[in-house]
Design a protein around this ligand. Structure first.
Ligand code: B4P
Length: 190
């Protein structure tokens, strides 16, 4: 199963992805987690991207594409994967398409979580109280949302045209949303 989980900051991508990947036995590949772990370990990549994450901007496509290509080349990703937070721009979509074509492995579905804006901000501010994430301040959250609308929201139409997009109501409890995702995947015969 080759899946993407898409949605604005705070939609529950990371939360659902972690759970879904464990349930289905596929690796959860989160570009946000990869960047944060590099920042924590002060690697050259971490030093390069720290300021970008702190301000809510996007890491350059070439950097992100290479990281994902390397990760998808690892043995555990050969039978399937769940990409969380990637692709986020049209050039990233094209890079991933090229990679999938090379491997002869099409994507099964792109799951898009929809959540009303007020709830998104609420969730992220709630997380800010415990996460220590430097990008969970109200100002940076607004910036991340604006960049999402400009750069990432158009990806949904691209995948819809290719018959891959499945929209999922991301409102309600984590269990409720997980139940909806499970039902969709079961419906796809997965
Ligand atoms: P991400 O780590 O992807 O950050 P995110 O959009 O906030 O999603 P996340 O998965 O963490 O939050 P979620 O919605 O699950 O990216 C961080 C940064 O990395 C980006 O801003 C960018 O700088 C960089 N980056 C990453 N990928 C990139 C790429 N491809 N290209 C360029 N740059 C890239 O959850 C939010 C909160 O809601 C959590 O606290 C959770 O507990 C809560 N929550 C979830 N579901 C809930 C529910 N049903 N009810 C109540 N609360 C819920």
């Amino acid at each position: 199963m080759r899946l993407i989980i898409l949605g604005p900051p705070g939609a529950g991508k990371g939360t659902q992805a972690e759970r879904l990947a464990a349930e289905r036995g596929i690796p959860h590949i989160s570009t946000g987690d990869i960047f944060r772990s590099n920042i924590k370990n002060e690697t050259p990549l971490g030093l390069q991207v720290k300021g970008i994450l702190d301000s809510g901007g996007y890491v350059p496509d070439e950097v992100t594409d290479q990281i994902v290509a390397d990760r998808l080349a690892q043995p555990d990703a050969q039978q399937g994967f769940l990409l969380d937070g990637y692709p986020r721009t049209m050039p990233q979509v094209q890079a991933l398409d090229a990679l999938m074509e090379q491997q002869g492995q099409p994507l099964d579905a792109v799951l898009k979580l929809t959540v009303v804006e007020g709830e998104l901000v609420q969730r992220l501010l709630e997380r800010a109280r415990t996460s220590g994430r430097t990008d969970d301040t109200e100002e940076v959250i607004r910036e991340r949302q604006a960049i999402y609308e400009r750069e990432t929201a158009p990806l949904a139409a691209y995948y819809a045209e290719r018959g891959r997009l499945v929209e999922i109501d991301g409102m309600g409890s984590v269990d409720e949303v997980a139940g909806r995702i499970g039902a969709v995947l079961d419906g796809l015969g997965r």
